[in-house]
Design a protein around this ligand. Structure first.
Ligand code: HEC
Ligand code: HEC
Ligand code: HEC
Ligand code: HEC
Length: 348
């Protein structure tokens, strides 16, 4: 951190310890696409006659080389490995954790950290974010998902996660890529963890995929159009931010919400800036909600106006510094966003 005025720094000491206390109780539950099913492990998917072909099959609509595409090109396959490196050791040490590769806080996003009772014989935590982290524990569907007359969309009750479906896909990816998820908070970034993306939809587009969206894929699967998917992610990111903020303000033990809800440069700024000494009141980092309002994701104009009004009220409440008003405004904004998410669901 470059410079904090002495006054602000002093008042922040108290806030830091409160934020730390909050983080202890944070939800570090593992990411689980479809909860409750046994995860067999990557080797169960990777045989050469399954998804471990070295070259794409010409006789099948599915390339069958997904395992190598994932292993060699998808950063998710190395997500556990980074927990054993120097950078992770440094982050863990800052947080007082003995071993990042064993800490639930880190494993929640960097591995397929399902409960031990759900780990099959070939399951290995070291495999990182695996096929089953996203597609669901395979025990009940592995034997049927490849039969010629199986309709994949009917395998949900066997634990097959609908990765192709709009809301499910957006929920899956944002589950590990947003600040506020799985216990990721200001403590985590201040310990040196990479920052989480501001514009999540644009970030997720960079994902190196293990499937090809061509005419055959579209005819088979009817995937959501990319702009619909991006819109859904933008909507979800705003909703998740407001939800986390509303929960945080509802916590009677917190003096104010977690630092990560505020604009980073309110507290972290360079001494060269002209206004470096006028610290003022931290402003909320409401970019996710503003991006949603400015986009055309929400078609209904009155709904957008309602959101803008509630966001204005929230920002005013933050400036007043009144905790009760602040909490109420956060809850009201979250209610509006939840309604917008529900309306989007109903339209599809
Ligand atoms: C909310 C999910 C989440 C949690 C919790 C989390 N991480 Fe991460 N981590 C990520 C994501 C996403 C990235 C990729 C960021 C990027 O490159 O854009 C990442 C990247 C990293 C990197 C950089 C990897 C590289 O390729 O350079 C390290 C190191 C790391 N995390 C360590 C940790 C440690 C240690 C913990 C626990 C103290 C932890 N992470 C907790 C999601 C998480
Ligand atoms: C980060 C999440 C994630 C991981 C990890 C992952 N997948 Fe996927 N996979 C997806 C998404 C999203 C799609 C696209 C939606 C769809 O077709 O269901 C997909 C599509 C597929 C498809 C469909 C291809 C087609 O043409 O219909 C196959 C097969 C597949 N994955 C197999 C695997 C295998 C095998 C692994 C592990 C080696 C794996 N996936 C790992 C998320 C993931
Ligand atoms: C279980 C948590 C988890 C889920 C679910 C997940 N990711 Fe990730 N993702 C991570 C972590 C952790 C990393 C960093 C891995 C590393 O650095 O080795 C990462 C890395 C990435 C990167 C790499 C960014 C870069 O710097 O190259 C992209 C893009 C990405 N994920 C997109 C997606 C998409 C798209 C989905 C959904 C289909 C998804 N992720 C689902 C945890 C997750
Ligand atoms: C309300 C003020 C406040 C806000 C807002 C804030 N921080 Fe901090 N930050 C602090 C304080 C105080 C410290 C030093 C104490 C600590 O580590 O918790 C700190 C420490 C850090 C550090 C460690 C710096 C170092 O040199 O050790 C990083 C990195 C960091 N913050 C990143 C961020 C990011 C990224 C954001 C926005 C998501 C953010 N902060 C928002 C007050 C803030």
């Amino acid at each position: 951190m470059k410079a904090l005025s002495a006054h602000l720094a002093a008042s922040l000491v108290l806030l830091c310890s409160l934020a730390a206390a909050q983080a202890q109780g944070a939800d570090t539950a593992p990411m689980e696409a479809a909860p409750g099913f046994t995860h067999l492990g990557v080797s169960s998917c990777a045989q050469s006659t399954c998804h471990g072909a070295t070259t794409p099959w010409l006789t099948s609509p599915i390339a069958q080389n997904e395992y190598f595409a994932w292993r060699d090109h998808d950063p998710h396959s190395g997500a556990y490995r980074v927990l054993t490196g120097d950078k992770a050791h440094g982050i863990a040490a800052q947080l007082g954790l003995k071993d990042a590769a064993q800490a639930p806080l880190c494993l929640g996003c960097h591995a397929d950290n399902v409960p031990v009772a759900q780990r099959g014989h070939h399951f290995k935590l070291e495999d990182g974010i695996t096929c089953e982290t996203c597609h669901g524990g395979a025990q009940k569907w592995i034997g049927v998902h490849n039969l010629p007359d199986t309709d994949l969309s009917t395998l949900g009750d066997k634990g097959f996660y609908p990765t192709v479906q709009l809301q499910s896909r957006a929920t899956l990816c944002s589950g590990c890529h947003e600040l506020g998820r799985h216990g990721a908070d200001h403590r985590l970034v201040s310990a040196g963890h990479p920052q989480f993306p501001e514009d999540l939809a644009a970030y997720l587009e960079k994902w190196p995929k293990h499937y090809t969206v061509n005419a055959s894929y579209i005819a088979r699967k009817h995937p959501p159009a990319p702009e619909l998917l991006n819109g859904q992610i933008t909507l979800l990111q705003a909703n998740d931010w407001a939800e986390a903020l509303a929960h945080s303000t509802a916590d009677p033990h917190g003096l104010m919400p977690e630092f990560s809800f505020f604009q980073c440069d309110n507290c972290h700024r360079s001494t060269h800036e002209a206004d470096a000494h006028s610290t003022g009141q931290p402003r909320l980092n409401d970019a996710a909600v503003r991006r949603l309002i400015d986009s055309n994701v929400i078609v209904d104009r009155s709904r957008r106006q309602e959101l803008q009004g509630r966001l204005n009220a929230l920002n005013a409440a933050v400036l007043h510094g009144n905790r009760q008003e602040y909490g109420n405004a956060a809850a009201a904004l979250y209610q509006s966003l939840k309604a917008a998410v529900a309306a989007a669901d109903a339209n599809r």
